[in-house]
Design a protein around this ligand. Structure first.
Ligand code: NDP
Length: 601
């Protein structure tokens, strides 16, 4: 069998056996509480969100300003929006972020081994504008953070940024048609427009395990790494762990990058695994400079778009050739290879299921190549459809489990409790000096909870009330009752594997609308009831169509931890048709210039 779909296909009996195995593994992990099983970094757990990277916020005088745009969030999306506003001649804006610098996800996540998990040639924005050459195909987190800072300088964003600053209140003033924004630093900003996003991979999520606050050793979340304790930095070199027993809870894509670094230095590393991640080939390496420098003008956006087309099932000539691309090609080829008269939705789904099973058989067989202990190898095999979770790729993760100092503990039915000195699983205590929570991010809660503030719109309407049961928007970006406010991020919008692509489309759309309003002296832009209603109808229809697939998946944040009807969060209430269609729809909408679905005043 090969990953390009050229194999002899799997027998029906084998497929039935795999289906049954997937279902048994799913049921083992299903928890009635769904997303509510988790604890967040607040209240007595607030320390898990403390910023270990920036010293106490320096004193500064509060700012009082009247501006055109407020950009909340200075991660990749905020940077893209700031840069795009400037490219469109919109200079009167301020950016606010609770972090101490640009970077967002890359500011907070500095764990050892961190790298981008899609090609850096499509992940990093503005490569042509800055002339920047990523050093590697999947470049290090420290390099991405430095590049975010470079973008801040390149586009003149530092002079517009208020860091270590939290939104303390935000309400719409009907009389002046301005948003009035207060911060925890005493700032008072009056702004025509606001772009906001709640961030995606920055707020730590903790497991709801009894005794979690009793552990007396060192403990922290992967997104707030304590290098004072471990030594080293995000590139590795953790030289203070040589005599330590380290435990890691969680085996998602963060753990894939962290575990090899810990395994290389810790006296003993114990990985507590509930669900394994499927680990495909990464094949990282240094950038080929002659290839990079020979790219024609426009190559960057073209590469980004073609990867997105491929990942949305289009048979395009995509230059990206990695684990992601090979998986998507295999899925597409499975349908394309059917006789045209045989292609129906059901036959296409059956062909894709078969191709997915074959792909996963191959990924599972990689485990046996690298892990000699059959018990460990069995545990490391993932039994669920590829897109039930973010697929993983690594050249080092599986190999780490072949080391004598690395233990793998199966916690598929749960960790009993955390004690002051370790973890108890099935009655056995695992003593630890250091416990690392690689347990993901707050993604299943409401938008307002994730943002950490509420928004008071027209006539006192609270966003937390309007969105209590899930987002309600027009195209993800606009929500009635909240004029002149744009919701960036994983809203009800076109979603991409390569997240900055989606954010750039949003930045382009917002800049277009703001430019139009400023040029034409318009004071407010707001979604109509009908537009919002229609969009919700489209979302509900897609949600119903996706339901059987999500219900067959092992629990994770893609399927509300197994509670598929739970649509409170942005991810749970999203629009899930191909983002290629969505971006084309937006391009046509702009081209038409009628601002359909919006009321412009
Ligand atoms: P995930 O949410 O993917 O993984 C969390 C892990 O914690 C899972 O293995 C989960 O198990 C486990 N877990 C949670 N609660 C418990 C518990 N009570 N007992 C045992 N295990 C538990 O978080 P990650 O930080 O790994 O990744 C989050 C996202 O960040 C990824 O999906 C990816 O999109 C992004 N990412 C991107 C990277 C990049 O380079 N661009 C790199 C790393 C991450 P279970 O699966 O059973 O729920």
């Amino acid at each position: 069998m090969s990953l390009d779909g050229s194999s002899k296909s799997m027998a029906s009996a084998d497929m039935d056996a795999i289906r049954a195995k997937y279902e048994a593994e799913r049921l083992k992990r299903l928890r009635p509480a769904g997303t509510d099983q988790y604890t967040f970094a607040e209240g007595k757990f607030a320390r898990f969100a403390d910023d270990p990277y920036s010293p106490e916020a320096p004193d500064r005088a509060p700012i009082s300003a009247e501006i055109d745009v407020l950009v909340i969030g200075a991660g990749i999306g905020g940077i893209q929006l700031g840069a795009t506003l400037r490219q469109n001649g919109i200079d009167d804006f301020i950016m606010v972020d609770v972090a101490g610098d640009f970077g967002g996800t890359w500011y907070w996540n500095r764990y050892p081994g961190i790298r981008c998990d899609v090609e850096s040639y499509i992940y990093l924005p503005f490569l042509e504008e800055t002339g920047y050459v990523p050093t590697e195909r999947y470049t290090r987190g420290s390099e991405i953070l430095a590049y975010c800072q470079q973008l801040g300088r390149h586009f003149g964003l530092y002079e517009r940024a208020l860091f270590q600053t939290k939104i303390a209140g935000i309400h719409w003033d009907e009389v002046s048609a301005r948003w009035v924004v207060k911060t925890n630093r005493g700032d008072l900003l009056r702004t025509r427009f606001v772009s906001t996003q709640s961030g995606i991979f920055s707020r730590p999520q903790l497991p709801g395990i009894p005794g979690i606050d009793e552990f007396e050793g060192e403990s922290f979340h992967s997104a707030r790494w304590n290098f004072n304790y471990t030594g080293g930095n995000s590139d590795g070199g953790l030289d203070r762990l040589g005599d330590k027993r380290v435990g890691v809870i969680g085996t998602g894509t963060t753990a894939l990058q962290v575990v090899p670094e810990l395994a290389a230095v810790a006296r003993e590393l114990t990985v507590f695994q509930r669900t394994p991640t499927a680990v495909g080939v990464r094949d990282n390496g240094p950038t080929n400079l002659s290839w990079f420098n020979s790219q024609p003008a426009g190559w960057h956006r073209a590469r980004i778009k073609s990867f997105n087309a491929l990942s949305n099932g289009e048979l395009v000539d995509c230059p990206v050739d990695d684990g992601w691309a090979r998986f998507f090609r295999k899925m597409i080829n499975s349908v394309v290879s059917l006789a045209p008269e045989e292609i129906t939705p059901a036959s296409a789904e059956a062909a894709q299921e078969r191709a997915d099973f074959e792909y996963n058989e191959e990924v599972r067989s990689r485990v046996d190549e690298y892990v000699s202990d059959p018990r460990k190898a069995d545990l490391l095999k993932a039994y669920y459809r590829t897109m039930c979770k973010r697929p993983g790729f690594s050249d080092h993760y599986l190999q780490a489990f072949d080391q004598d100092n690395v233990k793998l503990v199966d916690v598929s039915t749960g960790i009993e409790r955390i004690t002051k000195s370790g973890l108890i699983v099935d009655g056995q205590e695992y003593p630890l000096d250091c416990l690392i929570f690689s347990t993901g991010f707050e993604l299943g809660t409401t938008w307002a909870h994730q943002a950490g503030y509420d928004v008071i719109g027209r006539d006192g309407l609270r966003l937390s009330d309007k969105w209590a049961e899930g987002l309600r928007t027009y195209h993800g970006l606009f929500s009635k009752g909240f004029p002149n406010m744009f919701f960036m991020g994983l809203t009800q919008t076109g979603i991409t594997i390569n997240v900055p692509h989606m954010l750039q489309e949003q930045a382009d759309h917002i800049s277009f609308i703001v430019r139009h309003c400023l040029d034409n002296g318009l004071t407010s832009v707001e979604a109509t009831d009908d537009a919002e209603e229609d969009w919700q109808g489209a979302i509900d229809a897609v949600a119903e169509a996706r339901r059987p697939f999500l219900e067959s998946c092992t629990p994770g944040y893609y399927n509300a931890e197994g509670k598929v009807g739970d649509r409170r969060s942005a991810i749970g209430s999203g629009w899930y048709l191909p983002s290629t269609q969505f971006f084309q729809m937006w391009a046509d909408w702009r081209e038409k210039g009628e601002f359909e679905g919006l009321v412009l005043t």
